[in-house]
Write a protein that binds this ligand. Structure first.
Ligand code: HEC
Length: 280
């Protein structure tokens, strides 16, 4: 099997006896050690650079990415997203009527958050599609196309706001713990966890790709990805990464990926959002 071979050649298989999921820990302690881990691993990389993914770790790739950003491939999506946001529903209401924050005031950075009345993590894409349903419109698909364009527009308008995920109570903490456990659980035929690639091997190469650090992973979604030739949401990316290790992917916006996003975004607390992004 090809993928197994390239991973084995990198020593990625069987190297780690990871048991990073300790019994109930304090999220803030988790976050600090997470950040410190990357500070030590990639000393010299500024905190603010982590929102640029793998490009933060390699000057040549960074320069190439900067030139791509001059004519960003997500521009079309931004235009489409703006139109969608500004077009009232058939009932005359608008997206803005569903939210008490405007995109410019950082609507993007308000997500993910814990909704205590529903006892679940809310994500931006879920809230946008629920806004449609609540106004008698059919929800968009979850991973690409219009939902990604709309999310991209909201992200773009609110660039520069800081991620501030809070964990208000025990139920929210349980969701965080589930997300964290997901992150460190080995899965698939290759028996690898998210952390095996994006924590313990960030900066190492697999095939032509440099593995991006987990720190900063939620800052810039959705992304235009050259490999997709299109935009995709964070949960689309999660699904792709699950499949890379020959694991089954979970449903976009299902509880597994929402909890995962909650954990990952908490790790990014204090970082600025700069979505949408452009990636290989
Ligand atoms: C076999 C290694 C591997 C595993 C395991 C893996 N990924 Fe990835 N992931 C990649 C590669 C390769 C890329 C593309 C290069 C990059 O940006 O890291 C990527 C990209 C990503 C990105 C986009 C980074 C960016 O800057 O936009 C996210 C987010 C991500 N992975 C999350 C996850 C999550 C969550 C898991 C666990 C469910 C996971 N990955 C498991 C290899 C892996």
């Amino acid at each position: 099997m090809k993928i197994k071979k390239w991973l084995a050649s990198l020593g990625l298989i069987g190297l780690f006896a990871v048991s990073s999921v300790s019994a109930k820990t304090d999220p803030e302690t988790d976050r600090k050690s997470f950040v410190d881990y990357f500070k030590n691993r990639h000393s010299g990389v500024e905190m603010s650079a982590y929102m640029n993914g793998a490009y933060a770790l390699n000057q040549a790739a960074y320069d190439e990415w900067l030139s791509i950003e001059e004519f960003p491939p997500y521009e079309l999506a931004l235009g489409e997203g703006e139109d969608i946001w500004n077009t009232p529903f058939a009932n005359g209401k608008t997206y803005q009527d569903c939210f008490d924050t405007t995109p410019e005031d950082g609507l993007r950075a308000k997500y993910p958050h814990w909704d205590d009345s529903r006892k679940q993590v809310m994500t931006l894409e879920l809230a946008l599609n629920e806004c449609r349903s609540a106004n008698g419109e059919k929800p968009f698909g979850w991973k690409k196309g219009k939902i990604a364009s709309l999310s991209a527009y909201v992200a773009f308008q609110g660039r520069g706001h800081a991620i501030q995920v809070s964990i208000p109570n025990g139920d929210a903490l349980a969701a965080y713990e589930m997300g964290k456990e997901f992150y460190y659980t080995k899965r698939g035929q290759l028996a690898m966890s998210c952390a095996d690639c994006h924590v313990y091997n960030s900066g190492n190469k697999v095939r032509a790709d440099m593995l991006s650090p987990a720190l900063g992973h939620t800052t810039h979604f959705p992304v235009y990805r050259s490999k997709w030739g299109a935009m995709g949401t964070m949960h689309r990316r999660y699904g792709g990464c699950n499949e890379q290790v020959r694991a089954r992917s979970f449903k976009a916006q299902g509880p597994e990926y929402r909890n995962l996003e909650y954990f990952m975004a908490y790790m990014n607390n204090g970082m600025e959002t700069n979505g949408p992004g452009a990636r290989k």
